[in-house]
Design a protein. Sequence first.
Length: 204
Amino acid sequence: MPVIDPTARVASGAVIGDDVAIGPFCVVGPRAVLSAGCRLIAHVHIMGRTTVGARTVIYPFASLGTPPQSTRYRGGDTALEEAARSTGAGTIRVLGRITIPLLRPALVGTWIYIFIVSLRELGSSILLYSSESVVLAVRIFDLRDSGNYTSIAALSIFMIVILVILAAFLWQIARGHTGEPYSWLGAIAGVAYIAGVVFIRVRG
């Protein structure tokens, strides 16, 4: 059975294995797991979602599972990254398998928002305009000068459809739904945009 010094503080949710020895003034958090045979000598802090392997000896004034002492750290649960590094994963592997998948909804949502704003904006579109590349906003502006309001109406409807689809997709991402049932919205928006580009070139 575990031996716990009277001055130690062990949270009720902590998992303490057999033959664990917790020395004076140690602190064990509610999500910590101490496997069989662990020894905490004295003044050891085990916090966060930390699992200590069997027969591990931790010497005085060690602190495990606490937030890193870095000025760049702004909070958040880093358990996945820490677990990956503790099992031998390098920075690139952690970035590709954990960090980027967690950031994917935010990255996709940011791209969609920028695309929605850029689609209806004329100032920056003029910078992308050339004789071989006709931008949608510039094309509508040219059609207005030529009095071709029928084509303007068609392109405006096309823009509205694209914006509605992308806004719906962005709304689903904001609600946390990023699975397969909602991926078809992005595919429809992409196909519609390509069709609009072909239409502009044909009309041009």
